[in-house]
Design a protein around this ligand. Sequence first.
Ligand SMILES: Cc1cc2nc3c(=O)[nH]c(=O)nc-3n(C[C@H](O)[C@H](O)[C@H](O)COP(=O)(O)OP(=O)(O)OC[C@H]3O[C@@H](n4cnc5c(N)ncnc54)[C@H](O)[C@@H]3O)c2cc1C
Length: 290
Amino acid sequence: MKLAASAGLQNAGLLREGISYLNYVRNHSIPMYYGHAIARAEGDNEVTGAVIRKVDADWSPVPGTEQPIDVDTICVGYGFLPSIELLKTIGCELEYNEQLGGQIPTRTRLMETSVPGVYAVGDGSGVAGAPASIVEGRIAALSVAARSGALPKSRARVRVRRELRSWSAIQRFRAALDETYRIRPGIYNWMTDDTIICRCEEVTAGEIQQFVGTSRDPNYVKSLTRASMGLCQGRNCSRNVSWLVAESTGQDPAQVMSLNARPPAKPVPLGAIADPTPPPIPSDLMMSDE
Ligand SMILES: Cc1cc2nc3c(=O)[nH]c(=O)nc-3n(C[C@H](O)[C@H](O)[C@H](O)COP(=O)(O)OP(=O)(O)OC[C@H]3O[C@@H](n4cnc5c(N)ncnc54)[C@H](O)[C@@H]3O)c2cc1C
């Protein structure tokens, strides 16, 4: 608690930002339901309501606590996934960190991955927020500048030390926040057979259940069901697929193999690859002759 308080003092700006959000919600008399989750959306062609229910400390549903709410829009947030596709493709060593979104690259203090000369910062290394991303970018840039001779090593060292101090303070604050928002394992008890796990390919939990248990590798389930093969390439569902495999094979989720990354790392229009002519420059960016 003392640690969280001192980390909070060192991140006064972030604390103020959080308090301002809370005040906004209170000032607009928006009801807050702590310890609750959306059980389901109501409506056929559009949302006409929601049903919420209580969850326990592990996020398992508490039976008999369902309650309808009159809403026309539902937004849900269940954490972030790091953008590690390119790092995976070039063979960077990965480690598991539940609080930073699952698998993240192993890095040195200077943000260099296990592949020499390849640095990972920001959301490419675990989602730790905007301030941490900026500081990590600076540390990596200073390291590259010193290594290439663009900046004297002694000057780089002084500046890196300063950035590392800010980075540590942000990390302590994040650790306290992340613990609050950490996804608890009971969430996986919410699934029923017809729960859609892969939204891009519309694969249900029931379809995946037919194949989990036959292999310890989620890539096997992926190739048989197409789960994680759609537009988002598993950003929405890969953790759920991995968890289903972990549960049925008795593995710790941290030990389950990760899904292979396939190029292109992010969806791009076919024309961007196939069309050799450069795209036209938007008129507001054109230089005037006058
Ligand atoms: C909905 C949401 C809410 C969030 N709220 C907060 C918050 O309140 N506080 C907080 O601290 N963090 C928040 N975050 C997290 C924060 O936004 C990220 O951690 C942070 O922006 C990561 O910085 P980054 O530089 O790694 O990536 P980004 O900010 O995503 O920057 C990557 C940039 O690269 C560009 N790019 C991508 N591909 C290419 C390409 N091929 N060529 C050229 N450019 C490319 C993108 O357009 C983008 O501008 C939130 C994130 C989301 C999604």
